[in-house]
Design a protein around this ligand. Structure first.
Ligand code: ATP
Ligand code: MG
Length: 231
């Protein structure tokens, strides 16, 4: 059991193929990410960025080597502990049918109203929610068409903020937002990051700029690793 987590990550000789006889997609990757670091991952299509994120999210386990959190192999963590410590914010900012309140509290159904509101305020979506006719009771399906991509992204940030994981994985949306929304999403992201460990598959230059470290992945290998200013 790992009741609380600092958020130190380590990939050690992490190798992955999607099927036993398939090609190696990640090749003996060695990577240490200290707790609190924001890492932007960039690289051309098919390089292995999402695969790296999926190993951390435990959609898959490594074929060889290991991935560990605070020195504990992810395979030795219970699903519940992994879920508590490592959260993935999806590219599509996926909202489930139900109310906005339910969507934010997903994964923490016992959260109080004031915790939910505090999370929404923290990432900057409380006002927009209050502007909806039914506020937090708004059904995202009925209103879904009226929530913009940026608003949906902010609500998914509030969900992640409330879950309060030590490690955050974000596969950034490629779809472009208008400039005002992009600024709000950027601000929400910075607040969500706080001092968590974060692995962000970055598509926006503004995201790369706020990272502590940028990894360039090519063909399943880290080919560059440095501060954004050095790249
Ligand atoms: P993009 O920028 O397009 O999202 P990526 O860097 O995220 O690319 P990955 O999705 O990690 O790339 O893919 C790495 C390699 O693994 C590619 O060759 C891809 O075709 C392959 N791959 C990805 N998902 C699967 C899968 N489910 N089954 C088999 N091969 C896959
Ligand atoms: Mg990808």
């Amino acid at each position: 059991r790992l009741p609380s987590a600092r958020g130190d990550l380590e990939f050690a000789q992490a190798t992955f193929r999607y099927s036993e006889d398939g090609p190696e997609v990640l090749h003996a990757l060695d990577l240490r990410i200290p707790a609190g670091q924001t890492v932007a991952v960039v690289g051309r299509t098919g390089a292995g960025k999402s695969t790296l994120a999926k190993l951390l999210a435990r959609f898959y386990d490594v074929s060889d080597g290991s991935v560990s959190l605070d020195g504990v192999d992810l395979r030795d963590l219970s699903v519940a502990d992994h879920h508590r410590h490592v959260a993935m914010v999806t590219q599509e900012a996926f909202l489930f049918s139900g109310t906005i309140r339910g969507n934010i509290a997903l994964g923490r159904p016992e959260a109080t109203e004031s915790e939910i509101i505090a999370a929404a305020r923290a990432v900057g979506c409380h006002e927009l929610i209050m502007d909806l006719p039914e506020g937090y009771d708004t059904d995202v399906n009925k209103r879904g068409g009226r929530l913009s991509a940026g608003q949906r992204q902010l609500i998914s940030f509030a969900r992640a903020f409330l879950a309060d994981p030590a490690v955050l994985i974000l596969d950034e949306a490629t779809s472009s937002l208008d400039l005002p929304s992009e600024a709000l999403v950027q601000q929400g992201l910075e607040r969500l990051l706080g001092n968590r460990t974060a692995l962000i598959i970055a598509h926006r230059l503004s995201t790369v700029a706020i990272a502590d470290r940028v990894l360039v992945i090519d063909d399943g290998r880290v080919v560059e690793d440095g501060a954004p200013a050095d790249l």
